[in-house]
Design a protein around this ligand. Structure first.
Ligand code: EPZ
Length: 434
């Protein structure tokens, strides 16, 4: 396995480009199952999760080909309705296969995904949505069995205890586009990734109104055609780079982003006093402030609120901002796996239920730290950029799930960061050394 080694204290300058959005690409890959015709997907990020989703589609019978570094060709002419546990358990986004299979084949047999470190990750709202479409829904021996032979359009409320569900909305939407009748999804997720999926489905001939709003109206069609679709930029990767610039930037320009998707984060960075210039609707220049930032309180919400996927990264910025910031996680209350590792680097953060009380420190010190999930890994990389000395981030396979060559991109703008074999790490520093 590899580790990431970072020498702190270097300045980031120049342009850093954002790749396609993982959380749009994954449901969009699943949506190619809705047609027997060929789909060409472009601006697909080069991530382990994407390669894994491609393997699952192949397992189901689709022809899947990477025709360029960020372009894929998928033809799901004849496909199976069954996705086994040994595949689904490796990536919970595989739940997004349920909707397209039930929509296209009128049946699906998908293993339940299980939880992950950021929370139990239930799919009760997905199943409620399928039942709302008149499907027979059965859960047995760790599998979900869907029978959509009698499915028909219906009004469905998809709000849960934490608000809307992103992949739940995607799943029900992908079933509804081929379900006879009119479906109205109330409390639909409005995340840009859901909008992107809607646009892709419309390009295939789906009838969807209210795109981007909490109320989606879908009229089922008999068949969908293939498409050529370009995935939108990854707003979470972009947000991670904006925070990197706020911590260590000297006119770092983040390019290929969509400023419209960054409103909540840009608002918070401005509130903290981060020098930030919007160059165009796809580029923002950000620098480390010459004077101390102000502490800010952050509460995560469904889009267009502050994204939970940037919470860990923002907590890192606040850990080196003088004063007290309170970061409240409303989407995944357990999403603080980065905190113990930041504490190893000298951060002063106390967890009180869904709140992280962050007391900004003047500096962090480099240390060996353990990645636990995708966004926590990014937070540790950011901390390493400003820490005194060397930071080693272990288990960076978490990082590779959602960041396309983040070390190369950061090195190109001045960071001293490289990926090395774990065996090259000093044994006395490696907590996992035998
Ligand atoms: C998507 O996960 C993203 N993943 C997550 O990004 C992101 O953090 C999350 O949306 C919130 O924005 C993908 O798109 C592949 P939810 P998802 O259903 O759809 C609860 C990353 O780092 N809930 O919107 O699984 C749930 O437990 C990943 O890129 C139910 O209770 O999230 C959570 O508390 C991490 N029942 C809240 O709702 C359900 O049936 C929001 O979950 C579904 C969800």
């Amino acid at each position: 396995m590899d580790v990431m080694r970072i020498e702190g204290g270097n300045t980031l300058s120049g342009s850093i480009s954002v790749s396609g959005a993982k959380n749009a690409a994954l449901p969009i890959f699943a949506a190619t199952l809705l047609t027997e015709e060929t789909c060409i997907l472009e601006n697909v990020p080069n991530l382990s999760d994407i390669r894994f989703m491609a393997q699952i589609l192949e397992h189901l019978g689709a022809e899947v080909e990477q025709i360029a570094p960020t372009s894929w060709k998928i033809s799901a002419k004849t496909i199976s309705h069954r996705a086994p546990y040994d595949l689904v358990r490796k990536m919970r986004a595989s739940v997004c296969l349920m909707g397209p299979l039930a929509g296209r084949l009128k049946k699906a047999e998908i293993s339940l995904p299980g939880g992950c470190v950021i929370g139990p990750r239930p799919i009760d709202m997905h199943l409620k949505g399928f039942a709302g479409l008149g499907m027979k829904v059965e859960v047995d021996k760790g599998y979900v069995f869907l029978d959509a032979t009698e499915a028909c359009g219906n009004p469905i409320f998809l709000g849960g205890r934490h608000g809307s569900t992103v992949t739940g909305t995607a799943n029900v939407l992908m079933a509804a586009v081929l379900t006879p009748g009119k479906t109205i999804i109330e409390c639909a997720a409005c995340e840009p990734e859901v909008v992107d999926l809607c646009k892709m489905l419309v390009s295939m001939g789906a009838d969807i109104q209210g795109i981007g709003s909490p109320t989606l109206t879908i009229v089922g069609v008999a068949k969908l055609s293939g498409c050529r679709y370009t995935i939108l930029p990854d707003r979470i990767e972009a947000g991670t780079f904006l925070i990197a610039g706020a911590m260590a930037g000297d006119n770092l320009t983040v390019t290929n982003l969509r400023v419209a998707d960054q409103a909540a984060l840009i608002d918070k960075l401005k509130e903290a006093g981060v020098p930030l210039t919007i160059e165009s609707d796809s580029a923002v220049t950000v620098s480390k402030s010459s004077s101390p930032l102000k502490p800010v309180d952050v509460v995560t919400h469904p889009h267009p609120g502050f994204p939970t996927d940037v919470q860990a990264q923002m907590s890192t910025l606040m850990s080196v901002t003088p004063g007290i910031s309170i970061v409240t996680e409303k989407i995944f209350p357990n999403r603080f796996m980065h905190v113990p590792e930041l504490q190893r680097m000298g951060a002063d953060i106390a967890i009180e239920g869904p709140n992280a009380i962050v007391k900004g420190q003047s500096k962090l010190s480099g240390a060996p730290v353990m990645a636990s999930d995708l966004r926590a890994s990014a937070a540790l990389i950011l901390a390493g950029l400003v820490a005194e000395g060397t930071t080693w981030v272990l288990r960076i396979y978490h990082l590779d799930r959602g960041y396309d060559k983040i070390d190369e991109k950061l090195r190109a703008v001045g960071a001293v960061i490289d990926r090395i074999p774990e065996s090259d790490m000093p044994k006395d520093l490696n907590p996992e050394a035998a």
